[in-house]
Design a protein around this ligand. Sequence first.
Ligand SMILES: C[S@@+](CC[C@H](N)C(=O)[O-])C[C@H]1O[C@@H](n2cnc3c(N)ncnc32)[C@H](O)[C@@H]1O
Length: 259
Amino acid sequence: MTEQKIHFDDGAAYERVMGVWSRLAGATFLDWLAPARDLSWVDVGCGNGAFTELIVERCGPVRVHGIDPSEAQLVFARQRNTSGVVDFQTGDALALPFTDSSLDAAIMALVIFFVPEPAKGVAEMVRVVKPGGLVAAYAWDIPGAGLPYELIVTELRALGVTVPMPPSPSASLLPNLRQLWTGAGVDAVELLEITVQRTFADFEDFWDTTQLAFSKTFATMVPHDVDLVKAKARTGLPPDDDGRITYSARANAIKGRVR
Ligand SMILES: C[S@@+](CC[C@H](N)C(=O)[O-])C[C@H]1O[C@@H](n2cnc3c(N)ncnc32)[C@H](O)[C@@H]1O
């Protein structure tokens, strides 16, 4: 099986596969941050803007800069209703396009495990935030089986299929997050586990979303094996009385203040 990388090249597909999940966890995360209004933010790895929009809806920011390497995702993000408060630009977590101490808050939503050098990514967030400002993130607990669609990952692995993973999965573990933040000179560090549930209209709704999420992996498999994964998923996800499927995922979150 050829090694595959995760590509973010379709904002609409991302919205259905992950954007909905991101906002579910993001709402709890922002309640926990309880930020002041009128802050200037950078949303590092903003992707298609799913979480950026939530910052605008819930936090009354004066400005949000969305940064992501994928222009295809940003095209989708720019169509969101973010009321002129947001700008989206291509960029990398390892070299943020802002001067030192120029912003009030820097966050990463589901991004830290995609950064090839997580410590450098955190150092960049700290560099651009003013003393006393907020540096925070949440990320699926990948090593702790917290990913949405974990059941599918398990079944694929049981068939010997290599499932593409981000380059720094262990960065999302609570002790590693703490070490990243304290190592970058962040004070008042606090951690939180966030469990979210997403309900699909029925099993086919869940499966259609799963097919979008794993389209590149399924394309490398014989149809019989894909059918096997589907059958296992159906058994593992009994519907409620209305035919709906409810599925959980778990993220780890961290926040702190720049010294
Ligand atoms: C799972 S998505 C999260 C998107 C968005 N923050 C959300 O919550 O829906 C991960 C994002 O990280 C971006 N990404 C990957 N490597 C990155 C890097 N080195 N710097 C900044 N963003 C990166 C990807 O392009 C993708 O949009």
